[in-house]
Design a protein around this ligand. Sequence first.
Ligand SMILES: *Cc1c(COP(=O)(O)O)cnc(C)c1O
Length: 470
Amino acid sequence: MTRLSITSEEFTAIGNDVVRLMADYLDQLPTLPTVPATTAAEVEAIFGGDAPESPLEADALSLLPEVLRLSRPTGPRFFGYVLGSSDPVAAYGDFIAAILQQNVTAWRSSPAAITLERTVVRWLAEAIGLAGYAGSLCGGGSSANLMGLAMAREAKLPANDNGAQGGIVYVSTETHFSSAKAVALLGLGRRNIRTIPTDSAFRMDVAALERTLQADIASGFTPLAVVASAGSTATGAIDPINTIADIAEQYGLWLHIDGAYGGLAAMAAPEKFTGINRADSLSLDPHKWLYQPLSCGCLLYCDRETAARTFSGSAEYTKSFSSNAEESFAFFDESIELSRSFRALKLWLSIRYHGLNAIRSSIGCDMELAALLQQHVENTPELELLSPAALSAVCFRHRGTAGLSHDDLNNFNSTLLQQLLARGRVYLSNAELDGAFALRACIVNHRTEAADMQLIIDEVLATASSMSLP
Ligand SMILES: *Cc1c(COP(=O)(O)O)cnc(C)c1O
């Protein structure tokens, strides 16, 4: 009978090959085109075959260079979405976690992993000014928002036993769609979402929030929660958190802060986030602006009791036999998942290796680069700034030619973006701001440098001049 075992020599040989391959990749990363030149047919032809019945052994690695070639590199000139290069030190954390195969359920299953996760969660909370908050790591901001709003529901209109009873959730037009998805999944109903308009800087209009709340109350609705963005995805706009916290307090709303993009920037620029420590729950995404490999999200909350009421559920096989509070700790009593990976190890290694100071200054650097890009845009007559660098995202567009209609200008910029991406020198994504198609650059990458900001401008202008202006 054949089993899966390999020898220590084989294991080491694979490791040496893989480490060399990845070290070369990291060396090349700054010069790789920002999109792989390929087609779905080519990728399918290479990877779409049948599973082998017989062992390939070391030859199993032979297609790894193709995996690298056909991956979109997150190098220093990748500015799409909210995604930077990952910290290679953290990658070793994932590697070690995979070998250790800790199931991070409860202390007795994984003493080191449980304790490290609680430690790094505390480090993150303290680093952004939320000392005393508890929480857990999860798959990303979407899961964290789901858990935060589940806690809101259980705190304000308990639903676990008898089902959801409605309740109104307030978001803004700039709130990430994962919050609306959470409302739907939680059975609260999308029609119970109130979408509050934003001001000229894309921040929630707090006067409109209060008017809407009062109208809802007058009509007999029960307000449940408000989601404040600590960095909206499109523009990085930070809602007036402190005022929203006042309103939440006055009307008895749960305050969930979506900090998946920007919350970690409170490490470097706490003055932008006044009131963040008044959140009932807050989402963070270390795989965005803490340079961690995917995936790593985090939910922080103020009240562990509410987390326990929301998420605990038990079976005979999960019972703890310990009377020691630390040794009977279980993440499954405070979060959705039971079997969980050892995400804390990469964070812990990365933070220990580089130190908080380097991380803070890396985040600060990203924000300075965005401010520089904003300046470049403002100094370029062909370009129009559509949103300032509130954090590290800048939205702008090419003005086209004078007298273009709204739609023609949008189409022009949309085509410009496609052609810019095909050139492969910088990667931008897009956003829609007040109906305008925007080119969007988001800098959350420790490899990005000042010269790359000028390159964005040069590439946009070069692409535009290669097109026939409408
Ligand atoms: C990215 C993002 C999310 C979703 O996070 P995932 O990690 O992609 O699930 C939620 N909110 C904001 C503001 C984001 O930028």
